[in-house]
Design a protein around this ligand. Structure first.
Ligand SMILES: Cc1cc2nc3c(=O)[nH]c(=O)nc-3n(C[C@H](O)[C@H](O)[C@H](O)COP(=O)(O)O)c2cc1C
Length: 255
C-alpha cells in the first residue's frame, strides 16, 4: 500500500490511541510486524506553545519508521504551524484528527466536530497542505449524527486539498463508541474515493480484517483496541493476507 510517496511494507496499521500508542508501545507493535504505526493525537496548541505535556508525546526513533503523527485542533494557522513542527521532527506522515468525540475536544471545534463544519475543515486542510511536504492523511467518522453524507463531503474536500489517504472509523460522532462499526460505510467511501481508504473499527481477530477487506475493498486495515489485548494482531493479519494472496487466485484482495 502506498500513501503519497511512502510505500508501506504491509497494509496493516496501528491506530492512534491516546494514552497508549507512545514510543515503547509502538516499538513493540512494530517489532512484532506492522506496516505503519501512529502516534496518539497531539494538540496543535500544545505543539506551537511548547507545552511540556505535549513535548513528551513527541518521543520517536528511526526504528519505528514509517510513523504517522496525528494532530488535532480547529485553527487553520495553528494547525499549519503544528504540522510544520511535526514534519521537522521527522514525521513520515501527518494525520489530522476528524474523529475524536470527547466533549472537551468537540467544544473547541476540533476532532469529530469538523465533520459538521466543512468550510473550516477545508481551511485547515488547505493551510496544512501548503505548510508540509510529507504525505497528509485524515481520520474521520461516518458523520456528525447521521452516517454517509458528511463523510462524502469531507472526502471530496480532502481530495481537492491534496490529502493522500483517508481512514474511516465507521460510527457517527454522536455514537462515540456505542453500537457497532458499520463497515458498509467504509465500502461506500471506497466506491467514491480516488485516494487510498483505510478501514477501521471492531477488528478483534485476524479473520475480521480479511472480512473487512472483502466487504469494503479498503486498501489498508487499522486496529486499535484489540492491539492492547493482542499485540500480535497486526502481524497475524499481515500473514493471513499474504497466505490468502498466495492461495487464492480467484479472490484477489485490493491491497
Ligand atoms: C483509549 C483510546 C484512545 C483513542 N485515541 C485516539 C486518538 O488519539 N486519535 C484517534 O484518531 N482515535 C483515537 N481512538 C480511536 C481509535 O483510533 C479507533 O478509531 C477506534 O478505537 C476504533 O477502532 P478499534 O475498534 O480497532 O478499536 C482512541 C480509542 C481508544 C479506545
Amino acid at each position: 500500500m502506498q500513501i503519497g510517496n511512502i510505500n508501506l511494507s504491509s497494509p496493516t496499521i496501528l491506530a492512534p490511541l491516546a494514552g497508549i500508542t507512545n514510543l515503547p508501545f509502538r516499538l513493540i507493535i512494530k517489532k512484532l510486524g506492522c506496516g505503519l504505526v501512529c502516534s496518539e493525537m497531539i494538540s496543535s496548541n500544545g505543539l506551537v506553545y511548547k507545552s511540556l505535556k505535549t513535548q513528551m508525546l513527541l518521543n520517536s526513533t528511526e526504528k519505528e519508521s514509517p510513523i504517522s503523527f496525528q494532530i488535532f485542533g480547529s485553527d487553520p494557522e495553528l494547525m499549519a504551524k503544528a504540522a510544520e513542527i511535526i514534519e521537522e521532527l521527522g514525521a513520515d506522515i501527518v494525520d489530522i484528527n476528524f474523529g475524536c468525540s470527547v466533549r472537551k475536544i468537540l467544544k473547541s471545534g476540533a476532532g469529530a466536530a469538523l465533520m459538521k463544519t466543512p468550510d473550516l475543515a477545508e481551511k485547515i486542510l488547505m493551510s496544512v497542505r501548503k505548510a508540509i511536504n510529507v504525505p497528509l492523511t485524515i481520520k474521520i467518522r461516518t458523520g456528525w449524527d447521521t452516517s454517509g453524507k458528511d463523510a462524502l463531503t469531507i472526502l471530496k474536500i480532502a481530495e481537492e486539498c491534496g490529502v493522500d489517504a483517508i481512514t474511516m472509523h465507521p460510527r457517527t460522532a454522536k455514537q462515540g463508541f456505542t453500537g457497532s462499526a458499520d463497515w458498509s460505510q467504509i465500502a461506500a467511501l471506497k466506491k467514491t474515493a480516488k485516494i487510498p481508504v483505510i478501514g477501521n473499527g471492531d477488528i478483534t481477530k485476524p479473520e475480521d480484517a480479511l472480512e473487512m477487506i472483502s466487504q469494503t475493498r479498503c486498501d489498508g486495515v487499522m486496529v486499535g483496541r484489540e492491539a492492547m489485548i493482542n499485540p500480535w494482531i497486526l502481524a497475524q493479519i499481515d500473514s493471513l493476507i499474504k497466505k490468502k494472496g498466495k492461495t487464492s487466485s480467484r479472490h484477489k484482495y485490493a491491497l
